[in-house]
Each structure stands twice: as C-alpha cells, then as structure tokens.
Design a protein around this ligand. Structure first.
Ligand code: PBG
Length: 333
C-alpha cells in the first residue's frame, strides 16, 4: 500500500538513499535470483546436439541428450525448472496431432532423460496440439473452426502421457475452455495427484509469438490466426475471469502471457488472487531485445536483467524465459 511521505524537501531528499551501492542494495524492494527463473527450451529429435534458431540469437534447439545435459546445468545454476517445447518434423504432423500423446515420442523421451540426469530440476510440459498439427492450431479443427470439447479429450491424453513420463508440471497453453478441470480430474483419476498445473490462464493472441513458431516449426504450417481461442489484447476484465475459472478448476499456479506488454494484467492478477502468478517472457520479447543489443542500441546484459526485474516488481513469483541460463550466470548462484 502506498503511504504518504512523512516529510517534504529538503527534510526528505530521496537521493540520499541512492548515493552508494551499499545503501541502494539495503533499501531495495525487489530481488531477482536464479530461483525466480523457468528455462524455456525447445527440444528436437535429431542427432545434432544444438541447432540455432535464426530469429532468436543465442537460443538453440536441443537434442534429447543435450537437454539432459542442460538439466544438469540448470541444477548447477540454481534454476528450479525447465519448460520444454518440441520441434516436430513436418512429416510427423497430422490434423489430430497424433504425436502429442505418443508415450515413446520426443517429449516423453526428453522428460525421462532430463529427470534421470537431474531429478531435482522440475520439468514443465506444454499441453497444446500446435507443434504436432499440420494446420498449426492448438486444437482440432473442422471447417475452419477450432473444436473446444473434442480438443479437450486430446489434451487429456497428452497431459496423462506427460505425467506418466515424469513431468512435474503440466502447463496448458491451448486456451480451450474447461481444459484445466478436465486435466485435473484425469490426473486425480490416474493417481497423479501430485502433478501440478500451471495454467496459461491469460494468454493473448499476440504478435510476439512469431520467433517461437519458427523455433518449433509451426510458422509455415499455421493457417489463419488464433483469435477465436487466445484473448483479445484489448481486454483486462476478461483476463480476471479466465484466471478465476482456471483456479476454480484446479490450477495450482497461473500465468500471464506475453510478459512485458502485459505487466498491467500481471499486477491485476497478483492483486486479485492469492496464487503464485508467473509471466512468460515470450520469443518475440527475446528477439526484440537481442536485435536491439546486436545493433549496439541497448546494453544487452543490463536490459535483460531490467526486464526480468520488472516481472518481479509487478509481483510475479517467477518468469518463464529463454534468458534463464544467461541471467542465472549474470546473477551468480
Ligand atoms: C502454443 C504456444 C505458443 C507459445 C507457447 N505455447 C505460441 C502460440 O500460441 O502460437 C509461445 C512461446 C513464445 O513465443 O515464446 N501452444
């Protein structure tokens, strides 16, 4: 709560508290630590250890064995969790996203390899069909319409497979209505009561996902846009309704996405609900910052830490970010 200042200039000179590093650190209101970060990571099924993503300088797609090594690195850096997203070859995609629930598929193998290598690191899986569908949408489609309830059945199959493989957190990013409740019931029914759900509760139809769609290979596949299921960027009250519904359905944690352009939503959600709230600093935010830095227009390291700090200042419990290993190294462990 904001309190009125107890004195006016010159009795109160705010600059007194900024005159040296030690006093600035002493009165600092927010902290940023490696434990605030979830490492956003794309995995692929090929032999190459790392394949660079052109639109995200410094981000590579990792093979399964490289992802396992990355989990060990995350542990060493003090990063609590990794969120994995799959790059699927075009010839393995179909209209139903069959590969999404394959118990021997890329995600299942990546989760197992990572949990074997570093069991102390939490693994979060994306629940959505878009990396696996030949039309690039997060759900099943009929005559150009995304089908809500039939999609939920597929998402439940996908989520159960992920839990079976050892995922700690399921993160539905598809924005179908009712999917959190369906996932929670299915997890309870299958004895996975400890598997957590972080709902992409307020996910907007954003221009900032472009580089991600290149990274997972869905950019060329995507027909049309996602405005019939992702949220309208003009809305705030709707975000609060979405979050309330996901919490009522059994979400343990909620997320706002994208991050920086939606800090107002983060703040509203934090103030309205007593549940850990996360922000996703998405691919376009990463690309934008790196492009400016590579042109010499921004001081890269300071800008990275400043954006991450802004999420903590807004009240986030943590941030999903492609900068996680880089930021953790900058912050020290
Ligand atoms: C889709 C999904 C998207 C991201 C995570 N899951 C993109 C989309 O909705 O098209 C975006 C991540 C990023 O941009 O970094 N299920």
């Amino acid at each position: 709560m904001t309190k009125a200042p107890i004195a006016a200039y010159p009795a109160l000179r705010p600059r007194r508290l900024r005159q040296a590093d030690w006093i600035r650190r002493l009165v600092r209101e927010t902290t940023l630590q490696p434990s605030d970060l979830i490492w956003s990571m794309v995995v692929h099924d090929g032999k190459d250890a790392r394949i660079p993503v052109a639109s995200m300088p410094g981000v590579d797609r990792f093979s399964v064995s490289e992802a396992a090594k990355a989990a060990v690195e995350a542990r060493a850096l003090g990063i609590p969790a990794i969120a994995i997203f799959p790059y699927i070859d075009g010839d393995k995609k179909d209209a139903r996203g069959s590969q999404a629930s394959d118990p021997n598929g890329l995600i299942a193998r990546a989760v197992k390899a990572m949990k074997d290598a570093a069991p102390e690191v939490g693994i979060m899986c994306d629940v959505a069909l878009d990396p696996f569908t030949d039309h690039g949408h997060d759900g099943l489609i009929e005559d150009g319409r995304i089908l809500n309830d039939p999609t939920i059945e597929r998402l439940v199959e996908q989520g159960l497979m992920q839990a079976e493989a050892g995922a700690d957190i399921l993160a539905p990013s598809d924005m179908m209505d009712g999917r959190v409740g369906a996932l929670r019931a299915a997890l309870e029914g299958a004895g996975h009561q400890d598997v957590m759900i972080m709902a992409y509760a307020a996910k907007y139809a954003s221009a900032f996902y472009g580089p991600y769609r290149e990274a997972i290979g869905s950019a060329k596949a995507l027909k049309g846009d996602k405005r019939t299921y992702q949220m309208d960027p003009f809305n705030t009250e709707e975000a609060l309704r979405e979050v309330a519904m996901d919490i009522a359905e059994g979400a343990d944690m909620v997320m706002v996405k994208p991050g920086l352009p939606y800090l107002d939503i983060v703040r509203r959600v934090v103030e309205a609900f007593a549940l850990p709230t996360f922000a996703y600093q998405v691919s376009g935010e990463y690309a934008m910052l790196m492009a400016a830095a590579q042109n010499g227009w921004l001081e890269e390291e300071r800008a990275i830490l400043e954006t991450l700090t802004s999420f903590k200042r807004a009240g986030c419990a943590g941030i999903i970010t492609y900068f996680a290993p880089r930021a953790a190294k900058l912050l020290g462990t």
